[in-house]
Design a binder for this molecule. Structure first.
Ligand SMILES: CC(C)(COP(=O)(O)OP(=O)(O)OC[C@H]1O[C@@H](n2cnc3c(N)ncnc32)[C@H](O)[C@@H]1OP(=O)(O)O)[C@@H](O)C(=O)NCCC(=O)NCCS
Length: 161
């Protein structure tokens, strides 16, 4: 286990984005990296189009844009192969949203999802903000890093059209 910062590498084309890229070895040959330039867009697109229940039909161009424009993307690698992914959208002041969390089949159940989500939420300045997400069945995963059911008296949503 260890956490290293790879110098002053830009986190993406947006200069207001995080300036430091974080790379972390979580053991078992798996590395967590927030370098968006390293993301295998084809693999994320394949997974989201074939296996994810929440976003059927997103094009590869859309995935590429989301990787480029999200506040932060965090991915897990087994060697050069992307085996996990999550992204964060945040105003870096009040709220952060976590979405498109995935671990490819064959790598699930080894703690990769937990470490991906942990790396996403426990990062300055987002770690102290109010976080939001939606999930159908993986509540236990998010409870590990502090998520709770939303307070129905305070939180409203405007559902997707
Ligand atoms: C959900 C997902 C990201 C979890 O990744 P993972 O690497 O297998 O997760 P972990 O090994 O870190 O497991 C974390 C915990 O969450 C639980 N968990 C994982 N997936 C779950 C699911 N679909 N439903 C309920 N609990 C789940 C595990 O049982 C584990 O709990 P435990 O440590 O008490 O046994 C992965 O299964 C996946 O990509 N699934 C398909 C896509 C998906 O459903 N994404 C989430 C959308 S919100």
């Amino acid at each position: 286990m260890g956490r290293k910062k790879r110098g002053d590498i830009l986190g993406g084309p947006d200069p207001s984005g995080p300036p430091i890229v974080v790379m972390r070895d979580i053991g078992d040959g798996i590395e967590i990296d927030d370098d968006r330039g390293r993301v295998d867009v084809d693999e994320v697109h394949r997974f989201l189009s074939e296996e994810a229940y929440w976003v059927p039909g997103r094009s590869r161009d859309t995935i590429e844009r989301l990787v480029r424009e999200s506040t932060r993307v965090v991915a897990a690698y087994d060697g050069d192969r992307l085996v996990g992914f999550a992204r964060v959208v945040s105003d870096r002041t009040n709220f952060a949203w976590l979405g498109d969390v995935l671990v490819v089949e064959g790598h699930r159940g080894r703690g990769i999802g937990t470490e991906l989500v942990r790396e996403a939420v426990e990062y300055e300045p987002e770690r102290d903000l109010a976080w939001y997400l939606s999930t159908r069945d993986a509540r236990g995963l998010y409870e590990k890093v502090g998520f709770q059911p939303a307070d129905p008296d305070r939180v409203m949503t405007r559902p997707r059209a």
